[in-house]
Write a protein that binds this ligand. Structure first.
Ligand code: PXG
Length: 463
Protein backbone atom coordinates (compact mmCIF):
# COMPACT_ATOMS: atom_id res chain seq x y z
CA UNK A 1 0.00 0.00 0.00
CA UNK A 2 1.37 3.40 -0.93
CA UNK A 3 2.13 6.15 1.53
CA UNK A 4 0.18 9.29 0.63
CA UNK A 5 -0.88 12.39 2.46
CA UNK A 6 -4.46 13.09 3.50
CA UNK A 7 -5.32 15.23 0.48
CA UNK A 8 -4.07 12.57 -1.93
CA UNK A 9 -6.08 9.84 -0.18
CA UNK A 10 -9.18 12.03 -0.19
CA UNK A 11 -8.81 12.85 -3.87
CA UNK A 12 -8.50 9.19 -4.88
CA UNK A 13 -11.32 8.26 -2.53
CA UNK A 14 -13.64 10.89 -4.01
CA UNK A 15 -12.71 9.84 -7.54
CA UNK A 16 -13.31 6.09 -7.20
CA UNK A 17 -14.82 4.81 -3.95
CA UNK A 18 -18.60 4.68 -3.52
CA UNK A 19 -19.03 4.35 0.26
CA UNK A 20 -21.92 2.44 1.88
CA UNK A 21 -24.92 4.47 3.10
CA UNK A 22 -23.39 7.69 1.81
CA UNK A 23 -24.42 10.73 -0.20
CA UNK A 24 -21.55 10.34 -2.66
CA UNK A 25 -21.48 13.91 -3.86
CA UNK A 26 -21.66 15.45 -0.40
CA UNK A 27 -18.81 13.27 0.83
CA UNK A 28 -16.66 13.96 -2.22
CA UNK A 29 -17.07 17.69 -1.58
CA UNK A 30 -16.20 17.35 2.08
CA UNK A 31 -13.53 14.64 1.98
CA UNK A 32 -13.39 11.43 4.04
CA UNK A 33 -11.56 11.03 7.27
CA UNK A 34 -8.82 8.52 6.51
CA UNK A 35 -8.26 6.08 9.36
CA UNK A 36 -4.81 4.56 9.18
CA UNK A 37 -4.16 2.51 12.31
CA UNK A 38 -5.60 1.37 15.62
CA UNK A 39 -4.70 -0.05 18.99
CA UNK A 40 -6.85 -1.20 21.91
CA UNK A 41 -9.90 1.16 21.84
CA UNK A 42 -8.22 3.94 19.85
CA UNK A 43 -7.91 4.86 16.19
CA UNK A 44 -5.53 7.27 14.49
CA UNK A 45 -6.30 9.20 11.32
CA UNK A 46 -3.97 10.28 8.54
CA UNK A 47 -3.45 13.63 10.30
CA UNK A 48 -2.19 11.82 13.39
CA UNK A 49 -5.29 12.59 15.47
CA UNK A 50 -6.16 10.02 18.13
CA UNK A 51 -9.82 8.99 18.35
CA UNK A 52 -11.60 6.98 21.05
CA UNK A 53 -13.69 4.44 19.16
CA UNK A 54 -16.86 4.18 21.22
CA UNK A 55 -18.57 2.25 18.37
CA UNK A 56 -16.12 -0.70 18.19
CA UNK A 57 -15.57 -0.14 14.47
CA UNK A 58 -19.20 -0.76 13.57
CA UNK A 59 -20.45 -2.64 16.62
CA UNK A 60 -17.92 -5.38 16.02
CA UNK A 61 -14.39 -4.95 17.41
CA UNK A 62 -15.42 -6.44 20.76
CA UNK A 63 -11.91 -7.48 21.84
CA UNK A 64 -10.38 -4.18 20.76
CA UNK A 65 -7.74 -3.56 18.13
CA UNK A 66 -4.28 -5.11 17.86
CA UNK A 67 -4.99 -8.47 19.52
CA UNK A 68 -1.96 -10.57 18.71
CA UNK A 69 -3.65 -13.98 19.03
CA UNK A 70 -6.22 -13.12 16.34
CA UNK A 71 -3.54 -11.75 14.05
CA UNK A 72 -1.39 -14.85 14.54
CA UNK A 73 -4.34 -17.18 13.98
CA UNK A 74 -5.06 -15.51 10.64
CA UNK A 75 -1.41 -15.58 9.60
CA UNK A 76 -0.98 -19.25 10.50
CA UNK A 77 -4.15 -20.26 8.68
CA UNK A 78 -3.25 -18.21 5.59
CA UNK A 79 0.02 -20.11 5.42
CA UNK A 80 -1.49 -23.53 6.11
CA UNK A 81 -4.63 -23.33 3.96
CA UNK A 82 -5.88 -19.89 2.89
CA UNK A 83 -9.07 -21.22 1.36
CA UNK A 84 -11.02 -24.30 0.74
CA UNK A 85 -14.77 -24.61 0.36
CA UNK A 86 -17.26 -26.64 2.35
CA UNK A 87 -19.32 -27.83 -0.63
CA UNK A 88 -18.92 -31.27 -2.26
CA UNK A 89 -18.46 -33.34 0.88
CA UNK A 90 -15.42 -31.47 2.17
CA UNK A 91 -14.62 -29.47 5.28
CA UNK A 92 -11.64 -27.71 6.85
CA UNK A 93 -10.53 -28.10 10.48
CA UNK A 94 -11.13 -24.46 11.54
CA UNK A 95 -14.74 -24.54 10.31
CA UNK A 96 -15.46 -27.84 12.07
CA UNK A 97 -13.85 -26.70 15.28
CA UNK A 98 -15.69 -23.36 15.21
CA UNK A 99 -19.03 -25.11 14.65
CA UNK A 100 -18.33 -27.19 17.73
CA UNK A 101 -17.25 -24.18 19.83
CA UNK A 102 -20.32 -22.18 18.79
CA UNK A 103 -22.55 -25.04 19.92
CA UNK A 104 -20.81 -24.84 23.30
CA UNK A 105 -21.21 -21.08 23.86
CA UNK A 106 -24.80 -20.78 22.60
CA UNK A 107 -27.88 -21.85 24.61
CA UNK A 108 -28.29 -25.67 24.95
CA UNK A 109 -30.88 -26.05 22.14
CA UNK A 110 -28.33 -24.80 19.59
CA UNK A 111 -26.08 -27.52 18.21
CA UNK A 112 -25.71 -26.65 14.53
CA UNK A 113 -24.45 -23.72 12.49
CA UNK A 114 -24.77 -22.58 8.87
CA UNK A 115 -21.91 -20.24 7.95
CA UNK A 116 -22.20 -17.11 5.82
CA UNK A 117 -19.96 -14.15 5.11
CA UNK A 118 -21.87 -11.39 6.91
CA UNK A 119 -24.95 -10.56 8.93
CA UNK A 120 -26.91 -9.73 5.78
CA UNK A 121 -26.06 -13.07 4.24
CA UNK A 122 -26.97 -14.74 7.51
CA UNK A 123 -30.42 -13.18 7.32
CA UNK A 124 -30.81 -14.25 3.70
CA UNK A 125 -30.10 -17.74 4.98
CA UNK A 126 -32.78 -17.22 7.65
CA UNK A 127 -35.42 -16.46 5.00
CA UNK A 128 -34.45 -19.49 2.93
CA UNK A 129 -34.23 -21.74 5.97
CA UNK A 130 -37.50 -20.86 7.71
CA UNK A 131 -39.45 -21.22 4.47
CA UNK A 132 -37.70 -24.51 3.76
CA UNK A 133 -38.50 -25.67 7.29
CA UNK A 134 -42.22 -25.15 6.77
CA UNK A 135 -42.06 -26.90 3.39
CA UNK A 136 -40.53 -29.91 5.08
CA UNK A 137 -43.10 -29.70 7.87
CA UNK A 138 -45.85 -29.98 5.26
CA UNK A 139 -47.05 -26.40 5.79
CA UNK A 140 -45.70 -24.62 2.69
CA UNK A 141 -48.28 -21.86 3.03
CA UNK A 142 -46.40 -20.59 6.10
CA UNK A 143 -44.24 -18.05 4.26
CA UNK A 144 -44.75 -14.67 5.93
CA UNK A 145 -42.00 -13.32 8.13
CA UNK A 146 -42.79 -10.52 10.54
CA UNK A 147 -40.10 -7.94 11.35
CA UNK A 148 -40.24 -4.54 13.03
CA UNK A 149 -40.25 -0.92 12.00
CA UNK A 150 -36.80 0.58 12.57
CA UNK A 151 -35.28 -2.89 12.87
CA UNK A 152 -32.03 -3.46 11.00
CA UNK A 153 -31.17 -6.84 9.51
CA UNK A 154 -28.74 -5.93 6.75
CA UNK A 155 -28.65 -4.49 3.29
CA UNK A 156 -29.13 -7.41 0.89
CA UNK A 157 -32.60 -7.81 -0.64
CA UNK A 158 -33.73 -10.09 2.18
CA UNK A 159 -31.86 -8.25 4.93
CA UNK A 160 -33.24 -4.86 3.95
CA UNK A 161 -36.72 -6.36 3.58
CA UNK A 162 -36.67 -7.93 7.05
CA UNK A 163 -35.46 -4.63 8.44
CA UNK A 164 -37.95 -1.85 8.86
CA UNK A 165 -36.03 1.16 7.59
CA UNK A 166 -38.37 3.26 5.48
CA UNK A 167 -35.54 4.97 3.61
CA UNK A 168 -34.12 1.60 2.56
CA UNK A 169 -37.51 0.26 1.46
CA UNK A 170 -37.99 3.37 -0.64
CA UNK A 171 -35.03 2.44 -2.85
CA UNK A 172 -35.26 -0.70 -4.95
CA UNK A 173 -38.83 -1.88 -4.49
CA UNK A 174 -38.61 -3.41 -1.03
CA UNK A 175 -39.71 -5.29 0.94
CA UNK A 176 -39.76 -8.48 -1.11
CA UNK A 177 -43.08 -10.37 -0.93
CA UNK A 178 -44.36 -11.91 2.30
CA UNK A 179 -42.37 -9.78 4.70
CA UNK A 180 -44.39 -7.44 6.93
CA UNK A 181 -43.63 -5.26 9.95
CA UNK A 182 -45.02 -4.28 13.32
CA UNK A 183 -44.03 -1.21 15.32
CA UNK A 184 -41.01 -1.17 17.64
CA UNK A 185 -41.07 -1.31 21.45
CA UNK A 186 -39.81 2.26 21.90
CA UNK A 187 -41.20 3.66 25.15
CA UNK A 188 -41.82 7.43 24.90
CA UNK A 189 -44.38 8.11 27.64
CA UNK A 190 -44.25 11.91 27.32
CA UNK A 191 -45.17 12.05 23.64
CA UNK A 192 -48.29 11.36 21.66
CA UNK A 193 -48.26 7.76 20.61
CA UNK A 194 -49.01 4.27 21.85
CA UNK A 195 -46.87 4.52 24.99
CA UNK A 196 -48.23 7.82 26.28
CA UNK A 197 -49.10 7.53 29.95
CA UNK A 198 -48.10 3.85 30.23
CA UNK A 199 -45.44 2.47 32.53
CA UNK A 200 -42.49 0.87 30.82
CA UNK A 201 -43.67 -2.63 31.68
CA UNK A 202 -47.27 -1.99 30.64
CA UNK A 203 -46.03 -0.72 27.30
CA UNK A 204 -43.81 -3.80 26.83
CA UNK A 205 -46.91 -6.01 26.87
CA UNK A 206 -48.84 -3.66 24.58
CA UNK A 207 -45.99 -3.64 22.05
CA UNK A 208 -45.58 -7.42 22.14
CA UNK A 209 -49.30 -7.87 21.49
CA UNK A 210 -48.94 -5.99 18.20
CA UNK A 211 -47.33 -9.23 17.07
CA UNK A 212 -50.38 -11.22 18.07
CA UNK A 213 -52.66 -8.76 16.30
CA UNK A 214 -50.55 -9.00 13.13
CA UNK A 215 -50.57 -12.81 13.27
CA UNK A 216 -54.34 -12.80 13.63
CA UNK A 217 -54.69 -10.33 10.75
CA UNK A 218 -52.60 -12.51 8.42
CA UNK A 219 -53.75 -15.86 9.76
CA UNK A 220 -51.35 -17.93 11.84
CA UNK A 221 -51.38 -20.66 9.18
CA UNK A 222 -49.58 -18.27 6.82
CA UNK A 223 -46.92 -16.99 9.23
CA UNK A 224 -43.47 -18.61 9.22
CA UNK A 225 -41.45 -16.56 11.70
CA UNK A 226 -40.89 -13.42 13.70
CA UNK A 227 -37.47 -11.76 13.64
CA UNK A 228 -36.08 -9.11 15.97
CA UNK A 229 -32.88 -7.80 17.47
CA UNK A 230 -32.84 -8.30 21.26
CA UNK A 231 -32.01 -4.58 21.43
CA UNK A 232 -32.44 -2.58 18.23
CA UNK A 233 -28.94 -1.33 17.45
CA UNK A 234 -28.81 0.68 14.23
CA UNK A 235 -32.32 1.88 15.08
CA UNK A 236 -30.86 3.83 18.02
CA UNK A 237 -30.18 1.34 20.85
CA UNK A 238 -33.85 0.83 21.70
CA UNK A 239 -33.81 -1.29 24.86
CA UNK A 240 -37.24 -2.93 25.16
CA UNK A 241 -39.14 -3.11 28.45
CA UNK A 242 -38.39 -6.28 30.44
CA UNK A 243 -41.93 -7.54 29.76
CA UNK A 244 -41.55 -7.42 25.97
CA UNK A 245 -39.51 -10.44 24.93
CA UNK A 246 -41.08 -13.04 27.24
CA UNK A 247 -44.47 -12.02 25.85
CA UNK A 248 -43.16 -12.21 22.27
CA UNK A 249 -41.90 -15.70 23.01
CA UNK A 250 -45.26 -16.73 24.48
CA UNK A 251 -47.08 -15.44 21.38
CA UNK A 252 -44.72 -17.24 19.00
CA UNK A 253 -45.14 -20.51 20.89
CA UNK A 254 -48.91 -20.14 21.07
CA UNK A 255 -49.17 -19.70 17.29
CA UNK A 256 -46.36 -22.15 16.53
CA UNK A 257 -44.26 -19.48 14.82
CA UNK A 258 -40.47 -19.68 14.64
CA UNK A 259 -38.70 -17.06 16.73
CA UNK A 260 -35.53 -15.61 15.21
CA UNK A 261 -33.11 -13.56 17.29
CA UNK A 262 -30.79 -11.37 15.23
CA UNK A 263 -27.70 -11.41 17.46
CA UNK A 264 -25.42 -9.65 14.99
CA UNK A 265 -24.86 -6.77 17.43
CA UNK A 266 -25.98 -8.27 20.75
CA UNK A 267 -24.07 -11.55 20.41
CA UNK A 268 -20.71 -12.41 21.95
CA UNK A 269 -20.91 -10.47 25.18
CA UNK A 270 -22.22 -7.05 24.20
CA UNK A 271 -25.15 -7.16 26.65
CA UNK A 272 -23.27 -8.87 29.48
CA UNK A 273 -24.32 -12.41 28.54
CA UNK A 274 -23.06 -14.41 25.59
CA UNK A 275 -26.22 -13.62 23.62
CA UNK A 276 -28.80 -10.86 23.86
CA UNK A 277 -31.67 -13.36 24.10
CA UNK A 278 -30.17 -14.60 27.36
CA UNK A 279 -30.16 -11.06 28.75
CA UNK A 280 -33.73 -10.46 27.56
CA UNK A 281 -34.98 -13.82 28.79
CA UNK A 282 -36.12 -15.81 25.75
CA UNK A 283 -35.00 -18.84 23.77
CA UNK A 284 -35.22 -18.43 20.01
CA UNK A 285 -35.35 -21.14 17.34
CA UNK A 286 -32.70 -19.50 15.16
CA UNK A 287 -30.02 -16.85 15.76
CA UNK A 288 -28.20 -14.73 13.21
CA UNK A 289 -24.64 -13.77 14.12
CA UNK A 290 -21.72 -11.85 12.54
CA UNK A 291 -19.58 -8.90 13.72
CA UNK A 292 -18.44 -9.93 17.24
CA UNK A 293 -17.82 -13.56 16.22
CA UNK A 294 -14.47 -12.43 14.78
CA UNK A 295 -14.44 -9.02 16.48
CA UNK A 296 -14.58 -7.70 12.93
CA UNK A 297 -10.97 -8.68 12.17
CA UNK A 298 -12.25 -10.58 9.14
CA UNK A 299 -15.77 -11.02 7.72
CA UNK A 300 -17.82 -13.93 9.05
CA UNK A 301 -21.49 -14.43 9.76
CA UNK A 302 -24.02 -17.19 9.94
CA UNK A 303 -27.05 -18.75 11.52
CA UNK A 304 -27.22 -20.84 14.68
CA UNK A 305 -29.86 -23.44 14.01
CA UNK A 306 -31.84 -24.71 17.00
CA UNK A 307 -32.64 -28.40 17.35
CA UNK A 308 -36.23 -28.12 16.12
CA UNK A 309 -35.25 -26.70 12.72
CA UNK A 310 -31.98 -28.63 12.50
CA UNK A 311 -33.70 -31.99 13.04
CA UNK A 312 -36.20 -31.30 10.26
CA UNK A 313 -33.52 -30.12 7.82
CA UNK A 314 -31.21 -33.03 8.61
CA UNK A 315 -33.65 -35.90 9.05
CA UNK A 316 -36.25 -35.06 6.43
CA UNK A 317 -34.98 -32.22 4.27
CA UNK A 318 -32.70 -33.82 1.67
CA UNK A 319 -30.43 -31.30 -0.03
CA UNK A 320 -30.71 -27.69 1.19
CA UNK A 321 -30.15 -25.72 -2.01
CA UNK A 322 -28.26 -22.85 -0.45
CA UNK A 323 -24.71 -21.79 0.39
CA UNK A 324 -21.95 -19.28 -0.22
CA UNK A 325 -18.40 -19.62 -1.55
CA UNK A 326 -17.17 -18.36 1.79
CA UNK A 327 -19.46 -20.49 4.01
CA UNK A 328 -16.95 -21.71 6.61
CA UNK A 329 -13.97 -19.77 5.27
CA UNK A 330 -10.99 -21.35 7.07
CA UNK A 331 -9.16 -18.09 7.82
CA UNK A 332 -12.30 -16.40 9.14
CA UNK A 333 -13.09 -19.46 11.26
CA UNK A 334 -9.53 -19.59 12.62
CA UNK A 335 -9.80 -15.93 13.66
CA UNK A 336 -13.20 -16.60 15.24
CA UNK A 337 -11.72 -19.46 17.27
CA UNK A 338 -8.93 -17.21 18.56
CA UNK A 339 -11.51 -14.51 19.30
CA UNK A 340 -13.74 -16.87 21.32
CA UNK A 341 -10.68 -18.14 23.14
CA UNK A 342 -9.72 -14.57 24.07
CA UNK A 343 -13.25 -13.71 25.22
CA UNK A 344 -13.18 -16.73 27.53
CA UNK A 345 -9.63 -16.34 28.72
CA UNK A 346 -10.06 -12.64 29.54
CA UNK A 347 -13.55 -13.34 30.96
CA UNK A 348 -14.93 -10.48 28.87
CA UNK A 349 -18.58 -11.49 29.20
CA UNK A 350 -18.22 -11.42 32.99
CA UNK A 351 -16.20 -8.19 32.74
CA UNK A 352 -19.16 -6.53 30.98
CA UNK A 353 -21.78 -8.10 33.24
CA UNK A 354 -20.13 -7.53 36.62
CA UNK A 355 -17.75 -4.64 36.14
CA UNK A 356 -17.73 -2.17 33.23
CA UNK A 357 -21.41 -2.63 32.34
CA UNK A 358 -22.70 -1.52 35.76
CA UNK A 359 -19.95 1.10 35.87
CA UNK A 360 -21.12 2.59 32.56
CA UNK A 361 -24.73 2.46 33.80
CA UNK A 362 -23.78 4.52 36.87
CA UNK A 363 -22.10 7.11 34.66
CA UNK A 364 -25.16 7.24 32.41
CA UNK A 365 -27.42 7.80 35.40
CA UNK A 366 -25.41 10.98 36.02
CA UNK A 367 -25.43 11.96 32.34
CA UNK A 368 -29.23 11.78 32.58
CA UNK A 369 -29.02 14.97 34.67
CA UNK A 370 -27.48 16.94 31.81
CA UNK A 371 -29.90 19.68 30.61
CA UNK A 372 -29.88 18.32 27.05
CA UNK A 373 -30.52 14.69 27.99
CA UNK A 374 -34.10 13.42 28.16
CA UNK A 375 -33.23 9.80 28.84
CA UNK A 376 -30.04 7.81 29.35
CA UNK A 377 -30.05 4.04 29.09
CA UNK A 378 -27.51 1.26 28.92
CA UNK A 379 -27.47 -2.50 28.65
CA UNK A 380 -24.04 -4.08 29.06
CA UNK A 381 -21.78 -1.99 26.87
CA UNK A 382 -24.48 -0.40 24.72
CA UNK A 383 -25.67 3.06 25.63
CA UNK A 384 -28.10 5.66 24.36
CA UNK A 385 -28.73 9.28 25.28
CA UNK A 386 -31.80 11.01 23.92
CA UNK A 387 -31.32 14.73 23.31
CA UNK A 388 -34.43 16.76 24.10
CA UNK A 389 -35.48 20.35 23.66
CA UNK A 390 -37.33 20.64 26.96
CA UNK A 391 -35.97 18.43 29.69
CA UNK A 392 -38.83 19.00 32.13
CA UNK A 393 -41.48 17.93 29.62
CA UNK A 394 -39.35 15.51 27.58
CA UNK A 395 -40.20 17.40 24.38
CA UNK A 396 -38.09 16.31 21.40
CA UNK A 397 -36.24 18.72 19.12
CA UNK A 398 -37.78 19.44 15.74
CA UNK A 399 -36.23 16.90 13.35
CA UNK A 400 -35.15 19.68 10.94
CA UNK A 401 -32.60 20.87 13.50
CA UNK A 402 -30.73 17.59 13.23
CA UNK A 403 -29.59 17.85 16.84
CA UNK A 404 -27.90 14.46 16.74
CA UNK A 405 -25.75 15.49 13.79
CA UNK A 406 -24.78 18.72 15.59
CA UNK A 407 -23.60 16.67 18.55
CA UNK A 408 -21.88 14.17 16.30
CA UNK A 409 -19.99 17.03 14.65
CA UNK A 410 -18.53 17.91 18.04
CA UNK A 411 -17.66 14.28 18.72
CA UNK A 412 -15.84 14.10 15.41
CA UNK A 413 -13.82 17.22 16.25
CA UNK A 414 -13.13 16.14 19.85
CA UNK A 415 -11.79 12.70 18.96
CA UNK A 416 -14.76 10.56 19.95
CA UNK A 417 -16.67 8.19 17.73
CA UNK A 418 -20.25 8.30 18.99
CA UNK A 419 -23.09 7.76 16.55
CA UNK A 420 -26.22 9.81 16.07
CA UNK A 421 -29.50 8.10 15.16
CA UNK A 422 -31.98 10.94 14.91
CA UNK A 423 -31.93 12.52 18.37
CA UNK A 424 -30.31 9.49 20.02
CA UNK A 425 -26.55 9.47 20.66
CA UNK A 426 -25.33 5.91 20.88
CA UNK A 427 -22.21 4.03 21.94
CA UNK A 428 -21.11 0.40 21.85
CA UNK A 429 -17.45 0.46 22.87
CA UNK A 430 -15.04 -2.51 22.88
CA UNK A 431 -15.69 -4.99 25.67
CA UNK A 432 -12.05 -4.85 26.79
CA UNK A 433 -12.55 -1.30 27.98
CA UNK A 434 -11.27 -0.54 31.51
CA UNK A 435 -13.03 1.63 34.09
CA UNK A 436 -10.46 4.37 33.47
CA UNK A 437 -11.34 4.25 29.78
CA UNK A 438 -15.05 4.45 30.60
CA UNK A 439 -14.24 7.60 32.59
CA UNK A 440 -12.33 8.98 29.63
CA UNK A 441 -15.17 8.21 27.21
CA UNK A 442 -17.83 9.71 29.47
CA UNK A 443 -15.76 12.88 29.96
CA UNK A 444 -15.62 13.26 26.17
CA UNK A 445 -19.36 12.60 25.88
CA UNK A 446 -20.06 15.24 28.53
CA UNK A 447 -17.86 17.74 26.74
CA UNK A 448 -19.66 17.15 23.44
CA UNK A 449 -23.04 17.51 25.16
CA UNK A 450 -21.91 20.82 26.66
CA UNK A 451 -20.75 22.09 23.27
CA UNK A 452 -24.05 21.02 21.71
CA UNK A 453 -25.96 22.77 24.49
CA UNK A 454 -24.03 25.98 23.78
CA UNK A 455 -24.99 25.70 20.11
CA UNK A 456 -28.62 25.11 21.02
CA UNK A 457 -28.69 28.11 23.35
CA UNK A 458 -27.02 30.33 20.78
CA UNK A 459 -29.36 29.24 17.99
CA UNK A 460 -32.48 29.53 20.17
CA UNK A 461 -33.42 25.83 19.73
CA UNK A 462 -34.29 25.29 23.39
CA UNK A 463 -37.75 25.68 24.86
N1 PXG B 1 -28.31 -7.60 11.68
C1 PXG B 1 -28.05 -6.62 12.56
C2 PXG B 1 -28.78 -6.59 13.86
C3 PXG B 1 -27.10 -5.64 12.25
O1 PXG B 1 -26.85 -4.66 13.11
C4 PXG B 1 -26.75 -6.75 10.14
C5 PXG B 1 -27.70 -7.68 10.50
C6 PXG B 1 -26.10 -6.89 8.80
O2 PXG B 1 -24.79 -7.29 8.95
P1 PXG B 1 -23.72 -7.01 7.77
O3 PXG B 1 -22.52 -7.77 8.24
O4 PXG B 1 -24.27 -7.59 6.52
O5 PXG B 1 -23.57 -5.52 7.69
C7 PXG B 1 -26.43 -5.71 11.01
C8 PXG B 1 -25.41 -4.70 10.60
C9 PXG B 1 -25.36 1.28 11.78
C10 PXG B 1 -25.01 0.05 11.04
O6 PXG B 1 -25.56 2.31 11.12
C11 PXG B 1 -25.30 -1.17 11.58
C12 PXG B 1 -25.00 -2.32 10.86
C13 PXG B 1 -24.40 -2.23 9.62
C14 PXG B 1 -24.12 -0.97 9.09
C15 PXG B 1 -24.42 0.19 9.80
O7 PXG B 1 -25.48 1.26 13.01
N2 PXG B 1 -25.37 -3.53 11.38
Amino acid sequence: MSNRNTAAWQAADAAHFLHPFTDFKALADKGSRIVTRADDIYLWDSEGAKILDAMSGLWCVNVGYGQRTLIDAATRQLEQLPFYNAFFQTATPPAIELAQRLAEVTPPSFNHVFFAGSGSEGNDTIVRMVRRYWDIAGRPQRKVIIGRINGYHGSTMAGASLGGMAAMHAQGGLPIPDIVHIDQPYWRPHEDGPSRGLTRDEFGLVAARWLEAKIEEIGADRVAAFIGEPIQGAGGVIIPPATYWPEIERICRRHDILLVSDEVICGFGRTGRWFGCETMGYTPDLMTFAKGVTSGYIPLGGVMVGDRVARALIDEGGEFEHGYTYSGHPVACAVALANLELIQQRRLVEHVHDDVGPYLAAHYARLAEHPLVGSAETCGLMGALRLVQDKARGTPFAPEIGIGMVCRGHCFAEGLIMRAVGDRMIVAPPLVMTRAQVDEMVALIRRCLDLTLEDARRAGWLA
